[in-house]
Design a protein around this ligand. Sequence first.
Ligand code: SAH
Length: 395
Amino acid sequence: MNLTVKPDYINNYKNGHPLISKESVVEWSKVTQEGTIINLVDSKKRFIVKGYYGIQNKGYGWVLSSSTDENIDTDYFIKKIKSALEYREDFFSDQTTTAFRVFNGEGDGIGGLTIDYFDGYYLLTWYSIGIYELKENILDALKQSVDYKGIYQKKRFDGKGKYLDDADDFVCGERAPEPLIVKENSVNFAIYLDDGAMVGVFLDQRDVRRTIRDKYAKGKTLLNTFSYTGAFSVFGALGGTTKTTSVDLAKRSLPKTQEQFRVNNIDAENQDIIVEDVFNYFKYAVRKKLSFDIVVLDPPSFARSKKHTFSASKDYVKLLKEAIQITSKNGVIVASTNSANFSMMTFRDFIKRAFKELNGKFKVEESFSLPKDFRVNPKFKEGDYLKVVFIRKLK
Ligand code: SAH
């Protein structure tokens, strides 16, 4: 099916922009079925690129090819998957890390699909009904390209990428043990492939966790806020912290964090795991004059709790100011955000503002963006969402 692109957008597509935006196309009413392969053409019906129709929060579909003869079939997906696997050869041969991303959406040429690897198991995440409609070919292609123990899937269909709770996320092969123990830089993680939207770890923070363990943790106290399963705390403890404190609002975070300590032979009894709103905890910590050598801030880009709404783009300065007050002198704040709404430059500006408003001084020790396996499309900077800055508090 041909869809005409508005003149202003033609060059974007010719230059490799992968997202098909709503505004760029005139005739959306012509397509009704998500998953339809569409040819974007100019007003003279000349071919520009082809892609699929699939509604996501980001747009109305993704470009798949700039060649008019390329068919979007199993062979097409095999080609994409093979090239993604090749790009990650060093991950497959590394025995100390058995969990990583093998296919990262538009970074690997197909927006709306990610594939993660967990020690022989593959987890596909579908970000629209459109890409899910292409599932048969994609699964065929994956099965022909890898040796797998089992395949799982997550559907994140609605416009906001929310997880659809299917009774069963298992697709084929053998079922993974629960938990499945994977390794990251020799540290164990307990993973649950069929237990809701999240599996227990966010793989994109791998380099940050290692850095905390190897360069910062020894002999220090660590406060881990928005801690989820406590991954930063576990790496801290293995790096020699004197104590970690993990704070998360979700009740499940307590048993989950205890488990992550346990699978690494760390006695969780010696660590603090607190189920509470982070913003209440900050108040408590200030009142009790607590201070920590390392404070990790890793909030979701948007969250609503009973008392607070947190939006990274609006409230990060406030969050930093809370953290600065309970960080020891010469301590380090690890400030992280996965918000695609602002750049690293803006994020650094937030840091400057927070210290300025408290009359403090700081030095940036180092910063991180997505690791290699989270491949980014250079024509789609929004995909490069992760920003992490290690900030030394001087005053
Ligand atoms: N830092 C984690 C990932 C964080 S996911 C890791 O490295 O694995 C975001 C977490 O923030 C969720 O577990 C959620 O329960 C928690 N959360 C959201 N709002 C919160 C709040 N106001 N106080 C405490 N935790 C919160």
